[in-house]
Design a binder for this molecule. Structure first.
Ligand SMILES: Cc1cc2nc3c(=O)[nH]c(=O)nc-3n(C[C@H](O)[C@H](O)[C@H](O)COP(=O)(O)OP(=O)(O)OC[C@H]3O[C@@H](n4cnc5c(N)ncnc54)[C@H](O)[C@@H]3O)c2cc1C
Length: 369
């Protein structure tokens, strides 16, 4: 039997690659492995599911069985990949099974970064990066009134806004001076903050947690400014780290992610990487739009037409209904400045954002120098 194209991971990268391959080739053997149940779901919905009243189960669009049928693929859920042997072209799974591959694709995602917190409850801080995490998080929300969110970036702000739908006014802690600090300049960040504050989110910018202790049924956070805060639940959203351990152990070149060229090929022949685990031509882009460009290019390569990925403009949509925001940030390290180009916009005067219901549109342009 011919060895399959083997895809490690069934997130948006793994499953969308399989779909793109099937559009081009109905018969090439395909196999996918996942350490979770391998459901097909849209990860971005995790941070606006509360407003829609969705449980983790309701977010599942298709089960692994249904995906296996649809893709005419072998899917191995709840199996952990333990090692990759590029010389023998095979991977080992927990339980000792060995899977040969024709081509191997790493679509292993990324792990939430854990802050170096001290205290007897540091290990109880939650993060939400997949359906199982979301199930744990939503179960813990029953009866919670105070939620502390560590991290005022995209994911932290989206969860903060979403929690308002559950009647919870969360507090966001972040050492940066304004939220979405990696995406927005100061004025727009302040405008964004004011919009979410008007809806009920509390921001403690310039402050981070250093420790978390148990206090009865709740938690006591120790803060960098010497203060303390109480919470029934602590959610950490301080970023993701690409999963590179398997690739590194197999001798593949790694940087921040698994290093690939523009054809998504790693340093080993016949081994590719896509999605949150990949560093493609120097860029780690943990968003859906780059993943879709990557899978279209790689599907062509794997079906006989070598294709390099190219990215169009890829704006980031911040899913905060209290102040919907779209931003196309300049690449890291590019010099230039932001300027507001919307006539009459008051984005630099966030204290005047109110009254509620007012149409608030700011347009900022970044010009390179
Ligand atoms: C809350 C949240 C909201 C987001 N919102 C947006 C948004 O609005 N817009 C946007 O563009 N992006 C958003 N993103 C980012 C986007 O969802 C991700 O970039 C994308 O889903 C990553 O897909 P992936 O397939 O690379 O990784 P994942 O979905 O993490 O998939 C990784 C897969 O690898 C498997 N795996 C890992 N290790 C092993 C192993 N050793 N053995 C077997 N299987 C393994 C896992 O089981 C899983 O199937 C959001 C992310 C989060 C967390």
């Amino acid at each position: 039997m011919t060895a399959p194209i083997l895809i490690l991971g069934t997130g948006l990268a793994g499953y969308n690659l399989a779909r793109e391959i099937r559009k081009l080739d109905k018969s090439v053997p395909l196999a996918l492995v996942s350490r979770d149940d391998a459901p097909f779901y849209s990860k971005p919905m995790l941070s606006n599911a509360l407003a829609g009243g969705k449980s983790a189960a309701a977010l599942v669009m298709k089960t692994a069985e249904r995906m296996a049928e649809e893709l005419d693929a072998r899917i191995l859920p709840r199996r952990q990949v333990m090692a990759i042997d590029t010389a023998a072209r095979q991977v080992s799974l927990d339980g000792g099974e060995v899977l040969p591959y024709r081509d191997l694709v790493l679509a292993l995602g990324a792990d939430p970064i854990r802050l170096p917190l001290d205290g007897d409850a540091a290990a109880e801080v939650l993060s939400v990066n997949d359906l199982d995490d979301f199930a744990r998080f939503s179960a813990r929300l029953d009866g919670a009134r105070r939620v502390a969110i560590l991290g005022g970036g995209l994911i932290g702000c989206e969860f903060a806004n979403d929690l308002l739908a559950r009647g919870i006014a969360p507090t966001v802690f972040d050492p940066s001076p304004w939220p979405l600090g990696r995406l927005l300049p100061a004025e727009a960040g302040a405008f964004f903050q004011a919009g979410l504050e008007a809806a009920g989110v509390v921001f403690r910018m310039g402050t981070s947690a250093t420790g978390v202790d148990r206090q009865g049924a709740a938690y006591r956070l120790r803060l960098s400014d010497g203060g303390v805060a109480e919470a029934d639940l602590v959610l950490s959203a301080v970023g993701l780290r690409p999963r590179i351990a398997l690739a590194e152990a197999a001798g593949l070149k790694v940087g921040r992610g698994v290093v690939t060229d523009r054809q998504l090929m790693s340093s080993a022949q016949g081994v590719f990487a896509i999605g949150d685990c990949a560093e493609v031509a120097g860029l780690s882009l943990p968003f859906v739009m780059p993943i879709m460009q990557q899978v279209r290019a790689l599907a062509r390569t794997l079906t006989g037409t070598p294709t390099a990925v190219s990215y169009p403009a890829m704006p980031v949509l911040v899913k905060t209904p209290a102040l919907p925001t779209v931003v196309a940030p300049p690449p890291a390290g590019v010099a230039g400045e932001w300027a507001c180009v919307a006539p009459g916009c008051r984005c630099a005067t966030p204290d005047r954002v109110k009254p509620r219901g007012e149409v608030r549109i700011g347009i900022l342009m970044f010009s390179t120098s």
